[in-house]
Design a protein. Structure first.
Length: 365
């Protein structure tokens, strides 16, 4: 049990919170409505397809290619971080991190720069959370609010562009002040890639992205990917991080119960009347920004402030954004003994960005 808690602290904490919430809201049929099965199945699809790509050696091949052309860490960090920043605008923050962090972990290992891995992954996570805030399809809360309040694209961008631009500049400044470190060239042999399985898993990945963007039914995508992976290599299914899916499910239960506790409901009603943006950002720290967006949309018609609050609120605690939980899990799977280091760096930089973005919005917008 102790080993499991050390390996899965986020799942353990989320499960305890969900269990405590049951004492306030007895079990009933509404519990099934808490769980966002679309999110869980889309995550399963993404993780399965990328695990297959990883098992076939493609991520390692990309890592070797990237590491062979770099001799200075600073521009390398810029590349890794801002690839996440821009990619997340169009492929969502979750997808960007699931796709790019395994490459980052592999590249830095090949370059002998493992001591910087936690910092780079933290900056990539912040980059994905900020960059994804720009577009309606960048993250789940944007897509929900875009539809809920009937935003047009120009009016949506007028809200999101200023703080995304400011966040990007702040991110560039942080990267700029990272000291230069020489990267020793590593003579690594590019692994042999089996083209057919890689093409198949690549097609599954794009199918998963299409499901995230609601271009295809997510149920159909999950069935196709499950069947195709079972045919290609059943061992891939065994290596999917099912604990991450359970973590999400526990958080959904906890958040769902919070909304049904009367004194919590009354407290939120009072706070949001005073300041929608601050309330959204603070609530996101405890229940994550997607549930906060859904919950608070029932209390206010101030769409711009709510949109800003839940996106800025993606910075801060580990659970403020589910994308951050994904980053932590990907890092912890490779460096299980360095999770405290990661959480320390993560908290310090996320609080810095949270405060800076709130001050920017408060003073200049």
């Amino acid at each position: 049990m102790k080993q499991f808690i050390q390996k899965e602290p986020v799942l353990t904490a989320a499960s305890i919170l969900a269990l405590i919430s049951v004492f306030f809201v007895p079990l009933d049929s509404a519990y099934l409505l808490y769980i966002d099965f679309k999110t869980l199945l889309c995550l399963f699809c993404l993780m399965t397809s990328l695990k297959g790509i990883e098992r076939e050696g493609l991520l390692n091949a990309i890592s070797v290619k990237l590491s062979s052309g770099m001799n200075d860490l600073k521009p390398f960090i810029f590349l890794l971080v801002f690839t996440c920043f821009f990619a997340s605008m169009f492929m969502t923050n979750d997808v960007a991190l699931i796709a790019l962090i395994p490459i980052t972990l592999s590249v830095l290992s090949l370059c002998g720069q493992e001591r910087h891995t936690a910092l780079v992954v933290v900056l990539q996570t912040i980059a994905a959370n900020i960059g994804s805030s720009l577009t309606p399809i960048g993250n789940p809360q944007n897509l929900y609010l875009f539809t809920r309040y009937g935003f047009g694209l120009p009016s949506f961008l007028r809200v999101t562009f200023p703080f995304v631009l400011f966040g990007g500049i702040l991110l560039a400044l942080v990267c700029f002040f990272i000291p230069r470190y020489p990267i020793s060239q590593v003579n690594s042999t590019t692994p042999v890639i089996r083209k057919r399985p890689v093409v198949a898993y690549g097609a599954m990945f794009f199918l998963a992205v299409a499901a995230v963007l609601r271009l295809v039914p997510y149920q159909a995508a999950a069935l196709i990917i499950l069947a195709a992976t079972a045919i290609l290599d059943r061992r891939t299914l065994c290596q999917v991080d099912y604990c991450l899916l359970l973590t999400f499910a526990a958080i959904f239960i906890f958040v769902g119960n919070l909304a049904r506790i009367d004194w919590v409901y009354q407290a939120v009603s009072g706070l949001i009347r005073k300041d929608t943006m601050i309330t959204a950002a603070l609530l996101s720290q405890f229940i994550s920004n997607v549930p906060a967006a859904v919950m608070l949309s029932g209390f206010t018609e101030n769409a711009s402030q709510l949109l800003t609050g839940v996106n800025v609120g993606g910075m801060g605690t580990l659970i403020a954004s589910m994308a951050s939980v994904i980053s932590y899990k990907l890092y912890a799977a490779v460096y299980p003994k360095k999770t405290i280091l990661f959480l320390g760096i993560f908290t310090a930089f996320n609080l810095l960005f949270l405060i800076a973005l709130l001050l920017f919005e408060g003073f200049f917008m």
